[in-house]
Design a protein around this ligand. Structure first.
Ligand SMILES: [Zn+2]
Length: 113
């Protein structure tokens, strides 16, 4: 059974499987088998209005008129937004728009250019 991982806590090689867990008999540490995969999946993907995955540095197009909070400016449909940066939160795109400046957008209101 060389495929069993060593105990992450005490490096024991005598770990064994129990259902979806690995168990270390030396320090009694238990951890889920899929812990590593899960943490990779948890990296949240940001999707545009078409379901395409967005990435830092992408160029997107605005798909509806968006009012800029606290001003009378409007980001018009079809505005190209270059070099977006993905952030956490309700508005998940941080960007800079020509003529308007730095602002945040919702990914549901853009599509990948
Ligand atoms: Zn251990």
């Amino acid at each position: 059974m060389s495929s069993l991982p060593k105990c992450p806590q005490c490096s024991s090689e005598y770990t064994y499987e129990d259902g979806s867990l690995y168990i270390c008999p030396e320090c009694a540490h238990e951890w889920p088998k899929d812990a590593v995969e899960e943490s990779a999946d948890q990296k949240r993907a940001v999707h545009d209005s078409n379901g395409n995955v967005l990435q830092d540095g992408d160029t997107v197009t605005v798909i509806k008129d968006l009012k800029v909070k606290g001003s009378s400016l409007v980001v018009k449909v079809g505005t190209k937004v270059k070099n977006i940066r993905l952030i956490e939160g309700d508005h998940d795109i941080d960007c800079k728009i020509d003529g308007i400046g730095a602002m945040q957008l919702k990914s549901e209101f853009v599509k990948k250019a």
